[in-house]
Ligand binder design. Sequence first.
Ligand code: HEM
Length: 393
Amino acid sequence: MEYSTHFSFYLLTFSLPLLTFLLLRLHSSRLRRHLHIPPGTLGLPFLGETLQVMSAFKSSNPDTFIDDRVSRLGSPVFTSHVFGEPTVFSADHETNRFILMNEGKLFESSYPGSMTFALTVKQLMSLDSCEWTERLRKEYILVIEGFLTIPSPLFSTTYRRAVQARGKVAEALRMAVRERRKRENEGGERKKKDMLGALLDEEGSGDGLSEEEIVDFLVSILEEQDEIRSRKGKSEALQWNDYKSMSFTECVVNETLRVANISSGVFRRAMTDVDVKGEYNDHTSYTIPKGWIVFASSRAVHLNHDHFKDARTFDPWRWQAESRTENSINLFNPFGGGPRYCPGAELARVTLSVFLHHLVTQFSWVPAEEDKLVFWPTVRMQKGYPIIVQRLN
Ligand code: HEM
């Protein structure tokens, strides 16, 4: 009796998953024949490719899961099986758009139970209050005074002084960048994980930024924010117009949303069999079967080299009016789209810009402890990025 109970238990434990898997496989090969589902694999029984997706998202390079499959299968839309559900991943902008625009008609929102979003803001730079920063601030006053005058280098001494002062500020920052790089390279100083740290870190998002670009970045954002503050006086609150005049800060916010957004994409469930564009085995479209999950990855589009030059480099200048293209604006959707477009999009942008304004004009800070960017289950700093803040004089 006991033997037969054990036998039934083992039979159920081991054969049921196998049976389910075989049925799924059979079902999927039927679907593949009849419905032309996107290429890919359902992976191991039950687990599917959950371990692969988790190990990619738990590493410092979460993009390998999608990148590897897109290049191996030759299709930006592919089939997988994660968190117990057959799932179609899309790294294709047009397909993503189609999915977003057909919300409530062909697709409905469907998120894995335990995923929650957390807001992370990117750090800018740490400046210890010292003699050097004081000197730098004095030079800034000249810069700001100068930029409030008519910009004619020939007729305005204030403007000329400002241009010279900008040169000095840039030079001072250039020296600071060199110093920091030297100290860190010689191993005399622990690498700081602030924005300057990231800009200097060749393995981090600052990959490929030259010294001039780093200096230009720091000068541009400090200058823009200090100029606004000096116009308003010490404690006057920011107005909508001030926010709208933060053009370089907007580039920084855009670029941060492009390379390190808290949302990597959106989850949907197909409400019916849905045909989406795609070329595979002589077919010009794929079918996403009714009930399947779809993950439309905006991150994959934002980090695609065909869409954004040097896509994996943090480059806020790409958003400046003279550099950005209509195409890059159309491809950029960090806040989703269609009927579920994020209602907090503008609030998020304002919050980030106002935060950056107060951070760079009033405070210096250093990281309180080592921390790192993690991507699982959401994009955030692992410890919430504790910092020690000091108000500038
Ligand atoms: C950087 C910050 C933010 C990012 C990147 C972001 C991104 C997104 C994305 C991609 C969606 C679409 C989800 C989908 O289609 O399934 C969304 C929806 C939503 N967001 Fe945001 N969001 C941000 C901040 C905010 C803020 C500050 C609020 C509110 C104060 C907010 C409220 C919402 C709500 C209520 C929805 C659901 C809309 C719906 O389902 O109809 N978000 N967000």
